[in-house]
Design a protein around this ligand. Structure first.
Ligand code: CA
Length: 203
């Protein structure tokens, strides 16, 4: 175990289950922050510094899978496990497609949840700072992108370039409007033309 207690974010609207899990994780030496709906979860996920996130799929305000997708689009790569009461193939695939690393179907066995969280924490070291999409790799700490040029050279990005790239890499294949990119990567403070400074076609 590391010297510092691993920090978990738990987003679960079932208060009794949440309290039980907090007791369980605290007993295992983890520090746990709780949110009870998607909006609280988003706030904590964006502002806190967690080693892993555990999110219920069925949440008020925002679905747990949508919440993971949103956090990924903001460059938050903290490993996530989705708890789902729904066991269909579509639900499992949807949870993983959102950018979660793992899922567990309710009702679950406590030892299995603990084992899965330990596995998430083991993969955290890299995952929290590195995004991968296609052949591209972005280190959010050094802001170096690799695989970005045909020559295979690393490219060092500015804060804003890295934020923009992290947004796009968080949702491969998705089309964003300028307003969405401003909101997600630049916190919405700029005009539409800002995006054109950073994104242009080179042929
Ligand atoms: Ca729920």
């Amino acid at each position: 175990m590391p010297d510092i207690a691993p920090a978990l974010l738990l987003v679960e609207d079932d208060r009794a289950l949440s309290a039980m899990l907090v007791e369980l994780f605290s007993g295992e030496g983890y520090r746990v922050d709780t949110a009870f709906d998607g909006q609280q979860g988003m706030h904590l996920g964006l502002t806190g510094n967690y080693d892993a996130m555990i999110l219920d799929r069925g949440l008020p305000v925002m679905d747990g899978a949508d919440l993971v997708a949103l956090l990924r689009s903001r460059g938050i790569a903290t490993p996530a496990l989705i708890l789902t009461a729904r066991g269909s193939v579509e639900d499992r695939v949807g949870g993983l497609d959102s950018g979660a690393q793992d899922y567990l179907v309710k009702p679950f066995e406590v030892p299995e949840l603990l084992a899965r969280v330990r596995a998430l924490l083991r993969r955290n070291d890299d995952a929290a700072t590195v995004l991968q999409a296609g052949g591209l790799r972005l280190d959010l700490v050094t802001r170096r992108a690799s695989g970005a040029t045909p020559e295979g050279e690393d490219v060092e990005l500015s804060d804003r370039e890295a934020a923009l790239l992290a947004t796009l890499m968080g949702a491969p294949g998705r089309v964003f409007s300028r307003a969405q990119l401003l909101d997600r990567a630049f916190e919405g403070a700029e005009s539409d033309g800002t995006i054109d400074l950073y994104v242009h076609l080179s042929l």
